[in-house]
Write a protein that binds this ligand. Structure first.
Ligand SMILES: [Mn+2]
Length: 238
């Protein structure tokens, strides 16, 4: 793993399967500007509200993001993509355009600080719903539905799951417990997305950071020489 000096962090854009071209273009121009001074882009999950890839077919709705990724790679920028609970059905397409896909949490050393990155939906507790949705059987079944029908079902399910999770108060306690476990395993800083709010908890030298989302709040993060800062994008008035 290269020692990145400046990393841009984004999560939870939740680009929908329909009418998200404008939203992707907005993120695209922000990322292109920021990446002039960054050497890596870390995407912490739920970039796509639903994603499923077939052996020969990829979702066309996210074309602007594929172009962005390719462009950044051509400029020598690294892209790390953590799958979330909405966009875990990635095949090898992103890999094939040079994106490093992480299906699990990953410890990365930046500026001699041990960072642990994860989307945040798997905090170690048994979750039967996740287990069923992410199962190989489910994936196998989904592959055999016509994409136009399958994606329509997925769109509805995804919307329902977002409505139900937005009603729930995030139980931050279990995420802090998760961070504690990771501190014990050697992480100095634990960074997750998923919760759609920004939080930071400091415990002595250790730091737990919830990045917050891009979809609603336009939150993002920067790591410069090993130090993380949370920010919010202010769109300048036209
Ligand atoms: Mn999530």
């Amino acid at each position: 793993m290269k020692g990145y000096r400046r990393v841009l962090l984004i999560s939870d854009t939740h680009f929908p399967l329909k009418e998200s071209t404008g939203l992707q273009a907005e993120l695209g121009s922000f990322v292109r500007e920021q990446m002039k001074s960054c050497d890596a882009l870390f995407l912490l999950g739920d970039i796509f509200d639903f994603y499923h890839e077939y052996n020969h077919v990829i979702p066309k709705a996210f074309f602007p993001m594929y172009v962005l990724f390719k462009e950044l790679r051509d400029k020598g920028k690294d892209i790390h993509y953590w799958t979330g609970n909405h966009d875990f059905w990635h095949g090898d397409f992103l890999n094939s355009i040079g994106v490093v896909v992480h299906r699990k949490e990953e410890m990365i050393n930046l500026g001699s600080v041990n960072y642990l990155f994860a989307h945040g939906d798997e905090t170690g507790r048994f979750n039967p719903v996740t287990l069923i949705i992410k199962s190989d059987i489910n994936r196998f079944l989904f592959r055999h539905i016509h994409p136009d029908i399958g994606f329509e079902i997925a769109r509805m399910v995804s919307r329902l799951s977002r409505i139900s999770s937005s009603r729930k108060q995030p139980r931050i306690k279990k995420y802090i417990e998760f961070a504690h476990r990771k501190f014990r395993e050697g992480a100095d800083v634990v960074v997750i997305g998923h919760i759609h709010e920004q939080y930071t908890f400091r415990e002595g030298e250790k730091l737990f950071v919830v990045l917050g989302d891009w979809m609603i709040h336009r939150y993002y993060g920067l790591i410069e020489d090993g130090r993380i800062s949370l920010r919010r994008w202010n769109q300048s008035p036209e």
